[in-house]
Design a protein around this ligand. Structure first.
Ligand code: HEC
Ligand code: HEC
Ligand code: HEC
Ligand code: HEC
Ligand code: HEC
Length: 241
């Protein structure tokens, strides 16, 4: 009688078992990886080697983002300040506060504080800070209310769909360029008559914006989009160069 099942098939049940085992492990690992904040990112809030309260320095002391992130409007990357920037004040202020010990150690040894980077786009995408903040996009649109954060967290997804959402409708985010670093700015703060005198209004607007009580984000955004000829890239090569 012909051997119906070839010899190797004796091993089949074992192979299936091993495969199933590997699959389950991979699925568990994937769920873990994708479901923890580092991957979904929103909410990712690593512990920094030295606490740095943005709320105290920005809200309470009134410091501008560019005092520390001094490359943000001139370069692709926005730098993290060096120890000297902190010590400009902290060699005098809060000299004995234990919360500043790692900064003092860094000052003495010359080794930089190892800040943990929170936001990171993959290497195959091109992102440029200056191209955004000099075109009326505020830190607020991409990093949230940093001025109120005791500890910085990842506030927006920074996924491709998220980038494209704004690139398709930048009018939802554009603001007068003297308000880019003001994270508390609201469309309601704009005086319509002054705004129209400075920037005009969209060509096909049905009413006179300068006579309105208040302008909406869309009205402000649409005006600036036309005025500055804003055209964020939607093609693949725009961001994958
Ligand atoms: C006195 C200096 C100082 C000022 C002023 C300041 N920052 Fe920072 N910022 C830091 C330091 C130090 C870090 C790194 C530690 C941390 O993430 O908390 C940082 C981190 C950040 C990060 C996270 C960077 C990453 O790792 O991805 C963002 C976003 C940020 N700052 C935005 C802002 C914005 C927006 C403003 C203005 C409203 C501002 N900062 C003002 C010092 C400053
Ligand atoms: C322009 C001056 C100035 C600079 C620059 C500055 N700070 Fe401060 N910082 C202050 C002042 C003033 C206070 C005290 C605020 C208070 O008493 O409420 C303070 C407080 C602090 C505290 C104590 C917060 C607490 O809860 O006790 C930490 C930590 C701190 N700063 C870290 C830093 C770091 C890190 C840097 C550099 C990235 C930095 N600061 C740069 C002025 C500065
Ligand atoms: C259009 C969105 C967008 C705007 C506007 C924006 N950022 Fe960012 N920011 C990002 C992205 C994306 C990254 C990650 C960059 C990378 O990996 O190269 C980032 C990273 C950072 C970092 C970490 C250092 C770095 O460059 O990798 C700091 C600090 C920072 N931003 C501060 C700011 C400040 C301050 C402002 C406002 C003046 C601002 N950002 C405006 C999207 C934005
Ligand atoms: C909140 C709105 C907004 C978000 C979010 C945003 N962008 Fe933009 N982007 C703009 C605007 C506005 C411009 C300027 C277009 C212009 O100058 O005509 C721009 C321009 C660009 C440019 C062309 C500038 C240059 O240097 O060539 C690139 C590339 C780009 N964005 C990449 C990204 C990437 C990658 C992300 C996501 C990580 C992103 N953007 C998220 C609004 C946004
Ligand atoms: C506005 C900027 C922008 C444009 C335009 C853009 N991408 Fe992306 N793309 C990104 C960013 C940012 C990421 C990284 C997303 C992340 O880290 O989650 C990405 C990731 C990817 C990935 C990796 C898979 C993933 O989802 O993470 C692929 C593949 C990709 N893009 C293909 C394309 C193609 C094809 C086009 C043209 C149809 C395109 N992209 C246009 C910004 C852009």
């Amino acid at each position: 009688m012909a051997n119906f099942f070839p010899r190797w098939s004796n091993w089949l049940p074992l192979k299936i078992l091993v495969c199933a085992g590997v699959t389950v492990t991979a699925l568990t690992a994937a769920t873990w990886y994708y479901a923890t904040p580092k991957y979904t990112r929103v909410g990712y809030e690593p512990i920094q080697p030295n606490p740095f309260p943005h709320d105290i320095h920005v809200q309470q002391l009134g410091m501008d983002c560019r005092y520390c992130h001094s490359f943000v409007d001139v370069a692709a990357h926005s730098n993290i300040p060096d120890t000297q920037t902190c010590m400009a004040c902290h060699s005098q202020v809060q000299k004995d506060n234990p919360k500043l010990e790692p900064v003092r150690v860094s000052w003495k040894t010359g080794a930089p504080v190892e800040w943990v980077q929170i936001h990171r786009t993959p290497d195959f995408t091109y992102y440029n800070h200056a191209a955004h903040v000099n075109r009326g996009i505020s830190c607020h649109s991409c990093h949230g209310q940093v001025n109120e954060m005791r500890v910085v967290h990842h506030d927006q997804p920074h996924s491709m769909a998220w980038c494209l959402d704004c690139h398709r409708n930048p009018e939802n985010h554009l603001r007068p360029n003297d308000q880019v670093y003001n994270l508390d700015w609201k469309p309601g703060d704009v005086n319509p008559a002054e705004f129209v005198a400075k920037y005009g209004q969209p060509k096909d607007a049905k009413e006179d914006f300068s006579k309105k009580q208040k302008l909406t984000q869309q009205e402000i955004g649409q005006t600036l989009k036309e005025r500055w000829n804003i055209q964020p890239p939607l093609n693949c090569q725009g961001c994958h160069r």
